[in-house]
Design a protein around this ligand. Sequence first.
Ligand code: SDX
Length: 428
Amino acid sequence: MPNTKEFDNTVNIGIESSPLDLPVITGTYDEKGIDISKLLAKTGHVTLDIGFKNTGSTTSTITYIDGDKGVLEHRGYRIEDLASEASFLEVCFLLLKEHLPKRAELDEFVGSVQDYITPPAGIKAILDAMPDDTHPMGMLSAIFASLSGFYPESLDSWTSEEVRWRTIYRLLGHMPGICAYIHRRKANLEYIDPNPSLGYVENFLYMMSGKVDPVVADALDTLLILHADHEQNCSASTVRFVGSSQVNLFASISAGNSALWGPLHGGANQAVLEMLEAIKNDGGDTDKYLDKAKDKNDPFRLMGFGHRVYKNHDPRAKVIKRYADVVLDKLEVEDPVLSIAKGLERAALNDPYFSDRKLFPNVDFYSGIIYRALGIPVDMFTVMFALGRLPGWIAQWKEMREGNEPIGRPRQIYTGHDTRPYIPIGDR
Ligand code: SDX
C-alpha cells in the first residue's frame, strides 16, 4: 500500500518508489480532500472504495454535515433554526437561489411555484392504468419520467436556463398534487383537484383528504424542511450522476426517486413503522429485536438506526422526536408504537453493540409515527420523504449542471477470467 505524508497543501505518496505530490483541497470547515484527478495518468493506479465510504464525488456549497458533532446546515443556516423559523418554500428558495429571500423575493418564488399546482390531467390516466398493487414510489418514479412527455421543452433543461427554471417550478408546483393523486389512486378514492386559494402544504393536505387541519399543516411543513437536502446521499448522488449524462431534469429526478425507495435509504421510514408494529404485535419485546439486529446470522437490521455519516445523533431525528410528542398531543392521538420506539432507542443507546458502532436514530426513526398520526398511510411514507427531498435533488442537479461537471464514469479493478479461446457449443 502507498505510504502517505501530508506536506502543506499536498500529500506525498510513494508508489513503487516513485514519489508523487497530490494536491489537498480544504473545505469551509477545514475538511481535507486529496485530489486524485491526476493519479491514474501519473501512476497507472486507480483507487478502489466500494460504496464510496472514503471518496468525495464533488465539491458543493449546498449542505454541510458534521457527522461526529451531529451538525446539519443548509448554505450556512442550522437545520434547527430553519425547522423552527422558516417555511418549507423559504427553504426551497434558499437551496435553489443560495440566500434567504426578502419578503418580495419569497412572494415571487411562491407565485411561480403556485402557478403550477395543477398537474397535467394525463397523469390521472397513467395512474389509473397502473396495477392496483404498484407501490406508491414506483408510481412516483414513473410519473416523474412521464413529465418530459407532457413538457417536451424540458429536454432543453440542460441547455436553456429559462427552460431549466420553468422545469424547476413545474416540478415543485406539481409535486404535492402528484403525491396526493398517488394516495387517492392507491386508496381507490376520487381524485381531488387543487384549491389555488390554499398554500403549498395546505393544498397538499386538501388534495389528500378534502380537509386542512392547521396543526397538521404546520407539522408537515416542518417535516418537509427536515427532509429537504442531505448533501451527497444515495438519491442525491444518483440525481447528479444520471444528470451528468446531460439528460433532462425530470429523468434525473425519477432516477433519484428510485434510489430513495430502497429500505436502506428513504424506504426506511416505512420499514421502521412495520418493524415497530411487529414488535407491538409480538408483545412489545424490544430485547428480542435488538438481539436479532445484533445477530450477524440474522439479516434483520434495526430500521431507522445508523447512518453512513452521522456517528452522533442525527439532528433531524432529535427535532422529529420532540415534534412527535407535540403533534400527537395536539391531535390527541395515542400511538403505542411511540413508547415502543422510545424504549427501543433507550435500550439500543445503552447497548455496547450500538454505542460501539456509533449507531443512533436517524431521520427515519420517528418520522413515520408523525406521518401516521397525520393520517398518512404507511406505504406513502417514502413518498412524503420525496416531497421534502425534491428541492434538494433539484439544487444538487442544478449545481452539477452549473459546475459543468463531466459525465460520471468510474473505473474498476477487473478480477475475472484472463483471455481464453471461444469453444463452439458442440465441444463444451
Ligand atoms: C437515510 O446518506 C444519507 O444522508 C441518507 C439520509 C438522507 O437524508 O438522505 O440520511 C436518509 O437514508 C437514513 C438511513 C435510513 N436507513 C436505515 O435506517 C436502515 C438501517 N440502517 C443501516 O442499514 C445502515 O446504518 C446504513 C445503511 C444507514 C448505513 O450503513 P453503512 O454506513 O454502510 O454501515 P455498515 O452497514 O457498514 O454498518 C457498520 C456496522 C456493521 O456491523 P459490523 O460489520 O461492523 O459488525 O454497523 C452495523 C453493521 O452490521 N449496523 C447495524 C445497523 N446499521 C449498521 N446493525 C444493526 N442495525 C442497523 N441499523
